[in-house]
Ligand binder design. Structure first.
Ligand code: HAM
Length: 430
């Protein structure tokens, strides 16, 4: 037992170098697109007071009730690994009075979240989100602008998706609807799955997005929230739809979309991708005008979203994957100790000019070094043997067409520069 190999915990994983270049590409595209929409990055702690999420997300939700990693720290404080970041961002906004600028505060984040969920494809216990929150305005234009940004971002990455929206009402109209729902659920109680029987008492709205087959006919017959919105919520929802249409954004209204967090009022939305399989929600978000007050702050209306970064990476098309591969510009193949030293010196100069260089420091045969250059998909190989050293001329081979030529040190720099200008890849993902 003592010497058994220790592996990563279930639901967590290592992101290895082959995959991470894709993550970098997505993160760069995020920064670029989100900056165009005036969003600035915020990094909040991964560890927060457990109460922040209990109050913010709601004690009856699955996230808080079943999925949070919560423990007592050494000072006797109950803390949680963050299961999401909206509550943290709103806490930070209140704590640092960021809402006082008189403008909409636009913040985004990229980072890990933790939920002890059942393991399945597309679902991890440590997963990553790209999210953004616009704080300080209850105008429906916020919804339109933020959703436009997400779709623009996804389009830049060649991802096909589908937007579904709903209104979940507010403190004025939702309680009446929940009462109606509860009554209706009581009539069908016997036909509901055990989870929904419990939800019918604790959180009836959650019945609406149950995926169990036997519940579907009952759910189809339940009253729809859109028929019970107050005037303010109704107008807001109509305005959001108008603005989306004006921006040329297609959407479908999904009356059963309620989302699993209690802070939402009015607009709720998801962006789905058919390429994801069962866990098809790529993005989830909505409006949370009362959250700041729930957390002890002033009224700060807000709207935002989070996107599953793990899920996004899973469905990136091949052309984006190809763009993320960054093979070395040059492999310096060397034979003998003196050639290795020359290779090190040349690589040093080239690296300082921004070229990525690779040397096999185990000093294998020329054949094995060429094989490695192929494996790395290097653009060029420079061959430095004793003969080349003596003459001060090296053989450079372009791997794409196997053409080779002899170059001096100076000619090598000129050659690499010319190649870079001709073949510079388009690194701008967005
Ligand atoms: P959420 O719907 O809980 O919303 O999560 C948003 C997205 O995170 C999901 O659509 C999914 O892509 C990804 N996600 C969630 N759980 C997992 C998991 N276990 N494994 C992999 N990916 C996962 C929120 O978190 C809200 N804070 C969104 C928000 C921001 N609302 C307003 N502002």
């Amino acid at each position: 037992m003592e010497n058994e190999i220790i592996t990563a915990l279930p639901g967590t994983r290592d992101l290895l170098p082959e995959e991470i270049s894709l993550w970098h590409l997505v993160e760069e595209a995020t920064r670029k697109t989100f900056a165009c929409y005036g969003f600035h990055e915020i990094r909040t702690p991964l560890l927060e007071a457990a109460e922040l999420f209990a109050r913010g997300i709601g004690g009856e939700t699955d996230i808080v009730g079943k999925e949070m990693y919560t423990f007592m720290d050494q000072s006797g404080r109950l803390v949680s690994l963050r299961p999401e970041a909206t509550a943290s961002v709103v806490r930070a906004c209140i704590q640092h009075s960021m809402h006082r600028g008189g403008e909409v505060t636009r913040l985004y984040y990229i980072g890990p979240m933790f939920r002890h969920e059942k393991k399945q494809k597309g679902r991890w216990r440590q997963f990553y989100q790209i999210g953004a929150e616009a704080l300080g305005s209850d105008h429906p234009a916020v919804e339109a602008e933020v959703i436009e940004m997400i779709l623009f971002f996804l389009e830049s990455l060649g991802v096909r998706s589908r937007l579904v929206i709903n209104s979940v009402g507010d403190g004025l109209c939702r309680p009446g609807y929940v009462l109606l729902l509860r009554e209706s659920l009581q009539q069908h109680r016997a036909g509901l799955c055990p989870d929904c029987q419990r939800r019918a008492d604790t959180n009836p709205l959650r019945v609406l997005d149950c995926k169990v087959e036997s519940c579907q006919p009952i759910i189809a017959g339940l009253p729809k929230i859109s028929d019970h919105l107050c005037e303010d919520c109704h107008r807001h929802f109509a305005d959001v739809q108008d603005l989306l249409q004006e921006a040329g954004i297609p959407f479908a209204i999904e009356p059963r979309l309620v989302r699993g967090l209690d802070y939402y009022v009015k607009t709720a939305f998801e962006i789905l991708s058919g390429d994801l399989g069962a866990q098809n929600a790529l993005v989830g978000g909505g409006r949370y005008d009362g959250l700041a007050e729930t957390l002890g702050g002033p009224r700060i209306p807000g709207f935002g979203f989070a996107m599953g970064l793990d899920r996004l990476v899973m469905i990136l098309p091949e052309e984006i994957r190809a763009r993320a591969r960054r093979p070395p510009d040059l492999v310096l193949a060397h034979m003998g100790e003196a050639a290795l030293r020359k290779a090190l010196a040349l690589a040093r100069e080239l690296r300082h000019l921004g070229y990525s260089c690779h040397l096999d420091l185990r000093g294998g045969s020329l054949k094995s070094q060429m094989r490695q250059a192929n494996r790395l998909a290097a653009s060029h190989v420079l061959i430095i043997g004793e003969d080349e050293l003596a003459r001060g001329r090296f053989l450079i081979k372009r791997m794409a067409d196997s053409t080779q030529r002899e170059v001096t040190r100076e000619e090598l720099f000129a050659y690499m520069h010319a190649e870079r200008v001709t073949h510079e890849p388009d690194t701008g993902a967005a």
